[in-house]
Design a protein around this ligand. Structure first.
Ligand code: GDP
Length: 612
């Protein structure tokens, strides 16, 4: 074997910024920085990190070495440079850039509603939608496709119908921005609360104008002036007080002030600089609002067209998904042939479930759409292999952690954390951090808000991690993939139980896991009031069997909103014991009233998993 060659410390480092791919090995890294692989290995050894020349390095190791020799580097994901080239070929600069003056036409503003929990965001969105349906489109069934359009004074306004700043921020984190104006909802009887401020910060960070809706003015304790005072303290001075924030008083419950709010939004939209324009000409481009796998229809993506006109038959590509548009469905459930700027529409015909926040474009031709998606898929795989190599250098999942501790080395527990809201995610992370000991470290492979998805499972599988879900659940695809890949998903509703389980695992006493077997799944199609019974959810059973008295939980966008048992189950007028997949049924909701169309009812059993 050749003796390792070391470079003198005085050897020059490359000038300028050197681009280094994440998860590079010493063999890749050394030469790029005018050093040898052996230099990298030796240096890391001195830092207490044992690596071989062909092992993937973590970001930290790469940065440490670069700092040591004084090189200026930029870490990129594998495939990032190829992505730049792909975007050039697909014409991203043109499609997401400024609209040529001679083509510019005004477009509807896109609005996101944010604010503190229970201040009435959902109610406001429902109210606006129900009273201002676009002319001539009434009659259809309201479809939840991530956004909807209403009409005011003959002009259209688009509302993103996932309220809150989580989705907004998640999209922005991926470089996509869909929102032109934020409506900040503040309850007149409660005033500015922590999430109001949080939402305000997010809107400001995104440089998006804010219109305040002071809601619940029908309530006796309502005190709009106090709210205005509080808003002023946070830099939102109402225009009537000489500031530049439009404040509208509304009652989502009674429908007062809604016209005023819509008119204000149009006014604010009109004074935006640069103006809100787009063009309906040319290839369509926009952003994926949400996507899922639908039984029967295959992958479905709800997109917001931002430019051009999306048409049936167009070859589209969104992230690593591609296809020819088979059908377009609008927010009223109608099949449409095309969708122009600021229009939300559901797209059928993609080969895979796209990710929310992905930008989609119509490619010049089908071949290009396909090759772009395949290239991305390839690099995503390479990146996840790289992460696996980097993270698993020493990391273990929950069930193996004790064994690793016993071997007397410093053990690392790899976790993927998912929670319902950012607040609980932070709280959980903090609490977990406190469990770290000299011989046990935690590594958060990823942390995020929202239901547990296939990409969480992919990441956990690739990085030998356990998934911890707090108030969230895996969707069907994620669950199936986890079973196939041997990824453990543990879900909790109380933080101390998470801590207790992990502490037990550290001393080799991990409680037997109760596997939850999902026995049935139904989608809420409609909720109606039945005299003397209360609310009943009209559902369609999509999987398995729904049985009376079974344990049940209600999910909205992957987040658990209620747990309990089913009280009554009916087929038409008759009480029944069970309803099979493919049939409709009515589910009585005794003490839980807040179901909505699109929510999922999931029934389950708990079975203990025998450990071997
Ligand atoms: P979100 O968490 O911000 O989406 O709040 P919701 O829309 O779910 O509303 C929370 C509660 O406040 C629900 O019970 C609503 O019925 C109630 N609510 C919403 N708007 C109004 C309003 O204008 N007046 C009154 N009195 N109650 C309202």
């Amino acid at each position: 074997m050749e003796a390792p060659t070391y470079t003198p410390a005085s050897a020059p480092v490359p000038e300028g910024t050197v681009v280094i791919e994440r998860a590079s090995t010493p063999q890749d890294l050394g030469p790029k920085l005018n050093r040898t692989a052996a230099d990298v290995v030796r240096f890391l050894m001195q830092q207490g990190e044992m690596v071989t020349a062909t092992q993937s390095l973590t970001d930290e190791m790469i940065e440490l070495f670069a700092a040591e020799i004084g090189a200026d580097i930029r870490l990129v994901d594998p495939g990032e440079e190829q992505e730049v080239e792909l975007q050039r070929q697909l014409g991203f600069d043109e499609l997401f850039g400024e609209v040529p003056e001679d083509e510019a036409e005004p477009r509807p503003p896109v609005i996101t509603v944010m604010g503190h929990v229970d201040h009435g965001k959902t109610k406001l969105l429902d109210r606006i939608r129900n009273t201002n349906v676009v002319e001539g489109e009434a009659g259809g069934i309201t479809q939840h496709i991530g956004a909807y359009q209403v009409e005011k004074n003959g002009r259209r306004i688009t509302f993103i119908d996932t309220p809150g700043h989580e989705a907004f921020t998640a999209m922005r984190a991926r470089g996509a921005q869909a929102t032109d104006i934020v409506v900040l909802v503040v309850a007149a009887d409660d005033g500015v609360m922590p999430q109001t401020v949080e939402a305000l910060d997010h809107a400001r960070a995104a440089n998006v104008p804010i219109v305040v809706a002071i809601n619940k003015i029908d309530r006796e304790e309502a005190n709009p002036d106090r709210v205005k005072q509080q808003l002023s303290e946070h830099g939102l001075v109402p225009s009537e007080w000489g500031g530049d924030t439009e404040v509208v008083l509304v009652s989502a419950l009674q429908g007062t002030g809604i016209d005023d709010l819509l008119e204000t939004l149009l006014l604010v939209a009109d004074v935006q600089e640069p103006p809100l324009v787009s063009t309906s000409k040319g290839r369509a481009a926009g952003i994926v609002l949400e996507a899922n796998l639908d039984v029967g229809r295959g992958p479905v993506a709800s997109v917001l067209v931002q430019r051009g006109t999306l048409k049936v038959g167009d070859p589209v590509v969104a992230g690593a998904a591609w296809g020819r548009v088979r059908a377009l469905i609008d927010d009223r459930g109608n099949n449409v042939k095309s969708a122009g700027p600021s229009t939300p529409v559901q797209v059928l015909g993609l080969n895979e479930v796209a990710d929310a926040g992905d930008r989609f474009v119509v490619a010049p031709d089908e071949k290009m759409a396909r090759s772009a998606a395949e290239t991305r898929e390839h690099w995503q795989r390479v990146a996840s292999l790289g992460r696996e190599a980097a993270v698993t250098s020493g990391g273990a999942k929950l069930e193996d952690i004790f064994e690793q501790i016993q071997q007397g080395e410093v053990a690392t527990l790899n976790l993927v954390l998912k929670a319902d809201v950012t607040g609980s995610l932070e709280a959980l992370t903090e609490a977990l951090r406190k469990l770290e000991r000299d011989d046990v470290k935690l590594s958060f492979v990823s942390r995020g808000v929202g239901g547990i998805t296939k990409s969480d499972v992919q990441l956990a599988a690739a990085s030998n991690a356990t998934i911890i879900g707090f108030n969230v659940r895996p969707d069907r695809t994620a669950r199936e993939m986890a079973a196939a890949e041997g990824v453990e998903i543990r879900t909790y509703e109380v933080i101390y139980q998470v801590l207790e389980d992990i502490e037990n695992a550290l001393v080799g006493m991990l409680e037997p896991e109760y596997e939850e077997v999902v026995t049935g799944e139904a989608e809420v199609r409609e909720v109606f009031q039945v005299p003397r019974v209360g609310k009943v959810a009209g559902c369609y059973v999509t999987h398995g069997v729904i049985t009376r008295n079974s344990k049940v939980r209600f999910l909205r966008d992957g987040t658990v909103i209620w747990k309990g048992t089913i009280q009554s189950l009916k087929r038409f007028k008759d009480d029944v014991r069970e309803v099979q997949a493919g049939y409709e049924c009515g589910v009585g909701l005794s003490d839980f009233q807040d179901l909505k169309q699109g929510d999922i009812i999931e029934t389950y059993e708990e079975r203990e998993i025998a450990r071997t």
